[in-house]
Ligand binder design. Structure first.
Ligand SMILES: [Zn+2]
Length: 430
C-alpha cells in the first residue's frame, strides 16, 4: 500500500522526512517494501516550503530478501524487495492520517496532503511536478482515476506533491541516509564533528555534497531547529551506510535510508528559457561583460534565439562568481538554471564553458612605415602621425592576445549553494 504525503513542514520547524519515521513506527505491523522515497519537486514553484520534498512509503507484508535500512529508537527497520501481502488500506489511512495530524504544523503556511493507494498515478504527474507547475484539479482527477484515498488540510496543496512522489519511477536515482536527534536535544546546537565529516567526504567517494573544502564548512546538517541531525547523500547504499557510521556526532535517536531523485537534474527542461518558475538546460552566447551589482551578485547578458536574457550568479555561490566574472562577449556556454519571474533573470546553477573568444589588448602604436619612427594617435579622425618625420599612416595598433583566466570546461557553485535536484559534476564523472 502506497502512502505519500507532502507540505507537512512549515519553514522552521518540522521536517517531512521525520514524519516518515513516525508513520513507519506507527504502522510497525507492516514491513517496508523497497526504500522510503524522498522526492524533490520543482524548486522554482512560488509557494515551496523549505526543500519542496515529498515522501512516499510502500507498506505490506514482505517476503524474500530484506535489508536493514534504518533504526528507530533502538528497533531496526527492514526493507523487503518483494511484497507477499498488501497492507490493509483503511488501517494505513487511519494511522497515517492521525500521524500527519499530530506532527504537521498547519498553523503557518503549510498545506498538508496525504494520499493512500494501491496503484501508482501516471508517471507524467511526476515529470510535470518536478519541472513545471501542476494544477490541483489535474492531480485530483488522476487520484480519482486510480481510486486513491486522500486527505488534505488547509487547502491540501500537499496532495499535488504527494501524488507526484507516488508517481515517480526512477530513471536516475541516489540515496540519502538521514539521522534524527534525540527529542530532548531538539532546538539546541547540534554536536557534529566537522573533521569527521571532512574525512568521510574524502574517503567515501560515492557520497556527494557533504563538505565545502574551500571554506571548511559542512553541508550535511540543517540550520533550523528541526529534528534532523544530518543527511548524507550518495550513489552506493552500502558505502553510504559506512560513510554515515564514520561520522562522530551526538547519538542519533533514529536513522533511515531514502531512495531519492536528489542530484539527478530531473528538474531541467531541455531547451531555451521560456516560461518562468522552471529550470532550463540550454546553449547561449555571452553578449556583454559581467558586472557586480549591490549585494555581490554577478550579472551577465546572453543571447538565445528568443532574445536577450540576463543571467545571475548570486552572492551565495561565492567563488563561482569569480569564474562568471571572467566571461566575455562571444563566449559560448551551456547554461543550467532557474528562470525567475520578477526580475526575469536566469539563476545559474551550473555551466559548461564550450568555447572562449580570443581577447586582445592594444600593446603599442604602429611604427612609422616610412622611417620606422614612433607614432602618436591623431585622435578621433583615426590614424597615426610619425613623431620623427611627421608623415601620417592608417595602420592598426600592435595588439597582443590576453590569456583568458578560465578554460573551457564545467563549473558549479560550492556545495552549500547547490540545489537538491542539481546533479553535481562529481555524479557526472567530471
Ligand atoms: Zn616617420
Amino acid at each position: 500500500m502506497l502512502v505519500a504525503f507532502d507540505d507537512t513542514d512549515s519553514l522552521e520547524s518540522m521536517c517531512t522526512t521525520f514524519l516518515a519515521t513516525e508513520i513507519i513506527k506507527a504502522l510497525r505491523v507492516y514491513d517496508l517494501i523497497g526504500l522510503p522515497r524522498l522526492v524533490r519537486l520543482n524548486p522554482a514553484v512560488p509557494w515551496k516550503t523549505r526543500g519542496n520534498g515529498a515522501l512516499c512509503l510502500n507498506l505490506g507484508i514482505g517476503r524474500g530478501e530484506c535489508d536493514m535500512v534504518g533504526e528507530l529508537d533502538g528497533t531496526p527497520v527492514y526493507s523487503y524487495r518483494r511484497m507477499y501481502e498488501e497492507a490493509d488500506r483503511s488501517l494505513v489511512l487511519e494511522v497515517a492520517e492521525r500521524t500527519v495530524e499530530k506532527w504537521s504544523r498547519t498553523s503557518e503556511d503549510a498545506s498538508p496532503g496525504l494520499v493512500v493507494s494501491d496503484r501508482k498515478p501516471a508517471q507524467a504527474l511526476y515529470w510535470k511536478a518536478v519541472r513545471e507547475i501542476v494544477r490541483k484539479e489535474d492531480t485530483l482527477q488522476e487520484l480519482q482515476r486510480i481510486g486513491a484515498d486522500m486527505v488534505g488540510w488547509e487547502g491540501g496543496r500537499g496532495l499535488i506533491g504527494a501524488s507526484a512522489a507516488m508517481a515517480w519511477r526512477p530513471r536516475d536515482r541516489t540515496y540519502e541516509i538521514i539521522s534524527y536527534r534525540e527529542r530532548e536535544r531538539w532546538g539546541t546546537p547540534r554536536y557534529l564533528d566537522d573533521i569527521s565529516v571532512k574525512e568521510m567526504d574524502l574517503r567515501y567517494t560515492s557520497t556527494f555534497n557533504n563538505f565545502d573544502h574551500r571554506t571548511g564548512r559542512r553541508a550535511i546538517s540543517p540550520h533550523t531547529p528541526c529534528p534532523v541531525l544530518f543527511g548524507v547523500r550518495g550513489d552506493d547504499p552500502r558505502e553510504l551506510m559506512s560513510a554515515v557510521f564514520s561520522i562522530r556526532s551526538e547519538p542519533p535517536a533514529r536513522w533511515l535510508m531514502f531512495l531519492s531523485n536528489q542530484g539527478t537534474d530531473d528538474h531541467l527542461v531541455r531547451g531555451e528559457p521560456d516560461l518562468p518558475n522552471r529550470s532550463y538546460d540550454f546553449m547561449a552566447t555571452v553578449i556583454g561583460d559581467p558586472s557586480t551589482v549591490a549585494g555581490g551578485h554577478v550579472i551577465f547578458p546572453v543571447s538565445t534565439s528568443k532574445g536577450r536574457l540576463e543571467c545571475a550568479a548570486y552572492e551565495p555561490t561565492k567563488d563561482f562568481r569569480d569564474i562568471v566574472r571572467e566571461l566575455r562577449p562571444g563566449d559560448r556556454l551551456r547554461l543550467f538554471g532557474e528562470l525567475r519571474e520578477e526580475p526575469r533573470t536566469l539563476n545559474v546553477e551550473k555551466m559548461q564553458v564550450i568555447s572562449l573568444v580570443p581577447v586582445t589588448r592594444k600593446m603599442a602604436n604602429p611604427r612609422c612605415p616610412s622611417c620606422g619612427g614612433p607614432t602618436k594617435s591623431i585622435g578621433s579622425s583615426g590614424g597615426y602621425r610619425c613623431k620623427r618625420c611627421r608623415s601620417r599612416n592608417q595602420l592598426e595598433p600592435l595588439m597582443e592576445e590576453v590569456p583568458r583566466a578560465i578554460s573551457p570546461g564545467w563549473y558549479e557553485p560550492p556545495v552549500c549553494a547547490r540545489r537538491h535536484l542539481g546533479k553535481p559534476l562529481k555524479r557526472m564523472g567530471l
